[in-house]
Design a binder for this molecule. Structure first.
Ligand SMILES: Cc1cc2nc3c(=O)[nH]c(=O)nc-3n(C[C@H](O)[C@H](O)[C@H](O)COP(=O)(O)O)c2cc1C
Length: 320
């Protein structure tokens, strides 16, 4: 199946379905490879990876498919320059950069034909990145797992606001809360040319997180996530002992230093790798409440596409 949009044309993919870059969950070969093979865009998350492991995954994905894939690159990460050198040497098809300005990578990657996508969380940031010359924007709204915008403005409103200020001059990928075919239809209605799916792809055998984490994603309802760590790099995560402790401190008006100690003591790795679902950061979006099955990533792509077509057919047509 093909669903053509400005984003699929930009990236050379069949479907406007991006598997969001997710530290740990997509810091592996299996998930991005399966999604790219299925006609979406698989995204390898470089954030927590050692450089040799990252190189190995890129080589494995290239060996496994001729289809495009991307690497998500948090520009703040330790050793960012060395990672950018590797990504340039590997001539990756697309880079999705977050948490920093596009100047750090844009010219060198455009020069070798890598598509440069920048993650933004507000209109001003979006216009700046567009004017700097990036090829596309991922617009992350408040529903998202991981790091939603501190304003927590919903994806519903933010994508339309960004679409308004960018006026069709740049392809947009909507991120946060989509999860299924109806979500994809909604994203395209808001002015985006694709949707980014994070939490949905955590419930796949390919996602590189513990079984306990996947089970927590299945168990949680739409109101079971919490946003904690305001001012410290706020996250949205499934509620557990760690988020309760953070919320208690925030409720008491605790100063940033004491909140920071608790916030930094818990990590995503503890949940993803060690399976500590009470003390780790169980990052997930509100759409965790829409996810009720673990299924292979390729089937997730197929199901999103076919549900999109069905949902589109069910829309009322205008009369008169
Ligand atoms: C476990 C987890 C880890 C994430 N890690 C990253 C990351 O390393 N880099 C990044 O740009 N976004 C990261 N995100 C955010 C996603 O790219 C995406 O914006 C978000 O998952 C979309 O919302 P959804 O989960 O409702 O689909 C992460 C999200 C989750 C759930």
């Amino acid at each position: 199946m093909r669903i053509e949009t400005d984003v699929t044309r930009l990236l050379g993919i069949d479907l406007p379905i991006l598997q969001a870059g997710m530290s740990w969950a997509s810091s592996c070969t299996a998930l991005p490879l399966a999604v790219s093979r299925a006609g979406g865009l698989g995204v390898l998350a470089a954030g927590p990876m050692y450089i040799d492991a990252l190189e190995q995954c890129i080589d494995e994905i290239k060996a496994g498919t001729d289809k495009p894939f991307a690497v998500n690159m948090p520009l703040y990460r330790k050793g960012a320059e060395e990672v950018l050198d590797l990504l340039e040497a590997k001539r990756i098809p697309a880079i999705i950069a977050s948490q920093g300005g596009p100047k750090k990578y844009l010219d060198r990657f455009k020069a070798i034909g890598t598509k440069c996508i920048h993650v933004v969380a507000g209109e001003e940031h979006a216009v700046k990145a567009m004017n700097a010359g990036v090829d596309g924007l991922v617009v992350v709204g408040g529903e998202a797992g991981g790091h939603p915008p501190p304003s927590l403005v919903s994806t519903l409103v933010l994508v339309r606001a960004v679409s308004k200020v960018t006026g069709g001059r740049i392809p947009l990928i909507a991120s946060g809360g989509f999860a299924d075919g109806r979500g994809l239809l909604a994203a395209l209605s808001l002015g985006a040319g694709a949707a980014n799916f994070g939490t949905r792809f955590m419930a796949t055998p390919e996602a590189n997180v513990s079984d306990g984490y996947k089970q927590a994603v299945l168990n949680a309802g739409v109101s079971d996530t919490r946003t904690v760590g305001n001012g410290l790099g706020m996250i949205r995560a499934i509620g557990n002992r760690f988020t309760e402790r953070m919320l208690e401190l925030e409720g008491q008006g605790a100063d940033i230093e004491s909140r920071k100690d608790v916030f930094m003591a818990a990590t995503l790795k503890m949940a993803a790798f060690d399976g500590d679902v009470e003390e780790g950061k169980l990052e997930a979006g509100q759409s965790t409440g829409l996810v009720d099955r673990v299924m292979p990533a390729a089937e997730v792509v197929e199901e999103i596409a076919s549900d999109y077509v069905r949902a589109l057919q069910e829309l009322p047509s205008a009369v008169g």
